[in-house]
Design a protein around this ligand. Structure first.
Ligand SMILES: [Zn+2]
Length: 199
Protein backbone atom coordinates (compact mmCIF):
# COMPACT_ATOMS: atom_id res chain seq x y z
CA UNK A 1 0.00 0.00 0.00
CA UNK A 2 2.75 2.37 1.01
CA UNK A 3 4.71 1.42 -2.12
CA UNK A 4 1.67 2.22 -4.26
CA UNK A 5 1.37 5.64 -2.62
CA UNK A 6 5.02 6.37 -3.30
CA UNK A 7 4.64 5.34 -6.96
CA UNK A 8 1.56 7.56 -7.23
CA UNK A 9 3.39 10.54 -5.75
CA UNK A 10 6.34 9.90 -8.05
CA UNK A 11 3.99 9.96 -11.03
CA UNK A 12 2.58 13.27 -9.83
CA UNK A 13 6.02 14.79 -9.54
CA UNK A 14 6.83 13.71 -13.08
CA UNK A 15 4.11 15.95 -14.41
CA UNK A 16 1.53 13.23 -14.84
CA UNK A 17 -2.01 13.84 -13.53
CA UNK A 18 -1.41 17.59 -13.44
CA UNK A 19 -4.29 19.95 -12.86
CA UNK A 20 -4.57 22.89 -15.30
CA UNK A 21 -3.10 25.39 -12.75
CA UNK A 22 -0.18 23.02 -12.08
CA UNK A 23 0.53 22.76 -15.80
CA UNK A 24 0.37 26.53 -16.21
CA UNK A 25 2.75 26.95 -13.28
CA UNK A 26 5.28 24.59 -14.91
CA UNK A 27 5.13 26.58 -18.14
CA UNK A 28 5.47 29.96 -16.45
CA UNK A 29 8.33 28.78 -14.24
CA UNK A 30 10.11 27.47 -17.35
CA UNK A 31 9.56 30.77 -19.14
CA UNK A 32 10.92 32.65 -16.14
CA UNK A 33 14.10 30.54 -16.32
CA UNK A 34 14.36 31.27 -20.05
CA UNK A 35 13.87 35.02 -19.55
CA UNK A 36 16.47 35.08 -16.78
CA UNK A 37 18.95 32.95 -18.77
CA UNK A 38 18.78 30.23 -16.11
CA UNK A 39 17.75 27.29 -18.29
CA UNK A 40 17.65 23.82 -16.72
CA UNK A 41 17.12 21.93 -20.02
CA UNK A 42 15.00 19.32 -18.21
CA UNK A 43 14.03 15.91 -19.56
CA UNK A 44 16.57 15.71 -22.38
CA UNK A 45 18.60 12.77 -21.09
CA UNK A 46 18.95 9.25 -22.43
CA UNK A 47 16.93 8.07 -19.41
CA UNK A 48 14.08 10.39 -20.31
CA UNK A 49 14.12 9.22 -23.92
CA UNK A 50 13.87 5.59 -22.83
CA UNK A 51 11.29 6.36 -20.15
CA UNK A 52 8.81 7.83 -22.62
CA UNK A 53 9.56 5.69 -25.68
CA UNK A 54 6.49 3.53 -25.12
CA UNK A 55 4.09 6.18 -23.80
CA UNK A 56 3.81 9.96 -23.84
CA UNK A 57 2.03 12.12 -21.27
CA UNK A 58 2.59 15.74 -22.26
CA UNK A 59 1.24 18.01 -19.53
CA UNK A 60 0.41 20.87 -21.90
CA UNK A 61 -0.54 21.44 -25.51
CA UNK A 62 0.86 24.52 -27.21
CA UNK A 63 -0.87 25.97 -30.26
CA UNK A 64 1.79 28.25 -31.61
CA UNK A 65 3.08 29.99 -34.72
CA UNK A 66 5.61 28.33 -37.05
CA UNK A 67 7.92 31.33 -36.53
CA UNK A 68 11.47 30.07 -35.94
CA UNK A 69 11.90 32.39 -32.96
CA UNK A 70 9.02 30.96 -30.94
CA UNK A 71 9.97 27.32 -30.26
CA UNK A 72 7.82 26.16 -27.29
CA UNK A 73 10.29 23.66 -25.80
CA UNK A 74 12.93 26.39 -25.69
CA UNK A 75 10.93 29.38 -24.46
CA UNK A 76 9.24 27.28 -21.75
CA UNK A 77 12.45 25.37 -20.90
CA UNK A 78 10.85 21.93 -21.28
CA UNK A 79 12.10 18.64 -22.66
CA UNK A 80 11.08 15.42 -24.35
CA UNK A 81 7.51 14.33 -23.73
CA UNK A 82 6.54 17.53 -21.88
CA UNK A 83 4.68 19.46 -24.57
CA UNK A 84 2.36 18.45 -27.37
CA UNK A 85 2.91 21.11 -30.00
CA UNK A 86 0.76 22.22 -32.93
CA UNK A 87 2.48 24.95 -34.97
CA UNK A 88 1.13 26.78 -37.98
CA UNK A 89 1.58 30.32 -39.32
CA UNK A 90 -0.55 32.71 -37.29
CA UNK A 91 -1.35 30.01 -34.69
CA UNK A 92 -4.72 29.45 -36.33
CA UNK A 93 -6.90 26.40 -35.80
CA UNK A 94 -8.70 24.73 -38.70
CA UNK A 95 -10.10 21.18 -38.77
CA UNK A 96 -6.67 19.55 -39.14
CA UNK A 97 -5.15 21.41 -36.19
CA UNK A 98 -8.25 20.78 -34.09
CA UNK A 99 -7.92 17.01 -34.55
CA UNK A 100 -4.40 17.13 -33.12
CA UNK A 101 -5.39 19.34 -30.18
CA UNK A 102 -8.35 17.13 -29.29
CA UNK A 103 -6.16 14.03 -29.53
CA UNK A 104 -3.69 15.44 -27.01
CA UNK A 105 -6.46 16.23 -24.54
CA UNK A 106 -8.57 13.11 -24.96
CA UNK A 107 -5.90 10.45 -25.34
CA UNK A 108 -2.68 11.88 -23.89
CA UNK A 109 -4.10 13.64 -20.84
CA UNK A 110 -2.82 17.12 -21.59
CA UNK A 111 -4.51 19.41 -19.06
CA UNK A 112 -3.70 22.80 -20.54
CA UNK A 113 -4.17 24.11 -24.08
CA UNK A 114 -2.17 27.31 -24.48
CA UNK A 115 -2.69 29.35 -27.64
CA UNK A 116 0.49 31.36 -28.12
CA UNK A 117 0.63 34.45 -30.32
CA UNK A 118 3.81 36.46 -30.65
CA UNK A 119 5.13 39.95 -31.30
CA UNK A 120 5.61 40.91 -34.98
CA UNK A 121 3.79 37.84 -36.30
CA UNK A 122 4.28 37.81 -40.08
CA UNK A 123 0.96 36.14 -40.83
CA UNK A 124 -1.07 38.68 -38.85
CA UNK A 125 0.96 41.58 -40.28
CA UNK A 126 0.29 40.32 -43.82
CA UNK A 127 -3.46 40.25 -43.15
CA UNK A 128 -3.37 43.74 -41.60
CA UNK A 129 -1.57 45.02 -44.70
CA UNK A 130 -3.85 43.17 -47.13
CA UNK A 131 -1.00 41.11 -48.55
CA UNK A 132 -2.60 37.70 -48.28
CA UNK A 133 -2.14 36.26 -51.79
CA UNK A 134 0.33 33.63 -50.57
CA UNK A 135 -1.44 32.67 -47.35
CA UNK A 136 -5.10 32.66 -48.35
CA UNK A 137 -6.24 29.75 -46.19
CA UNK A 138 -4.48 31.05 -43.09
CA UNK A 139 -5.70 34.60 -43.80
CA UNK A 140 -9.32 33.38 -44.08
CA UNK A 141 -9.07 32.13 -40.49
CA UNK A 142 -7.38 35.30 -39.21
CA UNK A 143 -9.52 37.98 -40.95
CA UNK A 144 -12.76 37.64 -38.93
CA UNK A 145 -10.79 37.49 -35.67
CA UNK A 146 -8.97 40.80 -36.08
CA UNK A 147 -11.74 43.06 -37.36
CA UNK A 148 -11.44 46.48 -35.73
CA UNK A 149 -7.89 45.99 -34.48
CA UNK A 150 -5.85 49.17 -34.97
CA UNK A 151 -2.33 47.86 -34.44
CA UNK A 152 -0.55 44.61 -35.27
CA UNK A 153 -0.19 43.86 -31.55
CA UNK A 154 -3.92 44.36 -31.00
CA UNK A 155 -4.65 42.10 -33.96
CA UNK A 156 -2.27 39.37 -32.71
CA UNK A 157 -3.96 39.37 -29.30
CA UNK A 158 -7.45 39.46 -30.84
CA UNK A 159 -6.53 36.47 -32.99
CA UNK A 160 -5.33 34.52 -29.94
CA UNK A 161 -8.53 35.33 -28.05
CA UNK A 162 -10.66 34.23 -31.00
CA UNK A 163 -8.78 30.92 -31.29
CA UNK A 164 -9.23 30.30 -27.55
CA UNK A 165 -12.95 31.13 -27.75
CA UNK A 166 -13.35 28.80 -30.72
CA UNK A 167 -11.54 25.94 -28.99
CA UNK A 168 -13.64 26.31 -25.83
CA UNK A 169 -16.78 25.70 -27.92
CA UNK A 170 -15.61 22.44 -29.48
CA UNK A 171 -17.33 19.38 -28.09
CA UNK A 172 -14.30 17.53 -26.69
CA UNK A 173 -12.62 20.52 -25.05
CA UNK A 174 -15.91 21.89 -23.78
CA UNK A 175 -16.58 18.62 -21.94
CA UNK A 176 -13.16 18.48 -20.29
CA UNK A 177 -13.24 22.19 -19.40
CA UNK A 178 -16.67 21.89 -17.77
CA UNK A 179 -15.24 19.14 -15.52
CA UNK A 180 -12.26 21.41 -14.73
CA UNK A 181 -9.87 18.75 -16.06
CA UNK A 182 -8.62 21.00 -18.84
CA UNK A 183 -8.18 24.73 -19.31
CA UNK A 184 -7.68 26.65 -22.52
CA UNK A 185 -5.96 30.04 -22.33
CA UNK A 186 -4.23 32.56 -24.56
CA UNK A 187 -0.77 34.08 -24.28
CA UNK A 188 1.51 36.56 -26.06
CA UNK A 189 5.25 36.10 -26.53
CA UNK A 190 7.53 39.13 -26.55
CA UNK A 191 10.41 38.58 -28.98
CA UNK A 192 12.70 41.08 -27.27
CA UNK A 193 12.37 40.02 -23.65
CA UNK A 194 11.37 36.38 -24.13
CA UNK A 195 8.51 36.94 -21.70
CA UNK A 196 5.20 35.12 -22.15
CA UNK A 197 2.24 37.23 -21.05
CA UNK A 198 -1.01 35.44 -20.21
CA UNK A 199 -3.94 37.18 -21.89
ZN1 LIG B 1 3.89 34.30 -36.36
Amino acid sequence: MRYKLIVFLALLSNGICNTPPESLKLLLEGNERYVGDKLLHPNRSLERREEIASKQKPFATIVGCSDSRVAPEIIFDQGLGDLFVVRVAGNVVGPVELDSIEYSVKYLGSSLVLVLGHESCGAITAVMEGETADIEDVADLIKPAIKGAKTVEEAIKANVRAVVAGLKKTSILKGFISKKKVECIGAYYNLDTGHVEIL
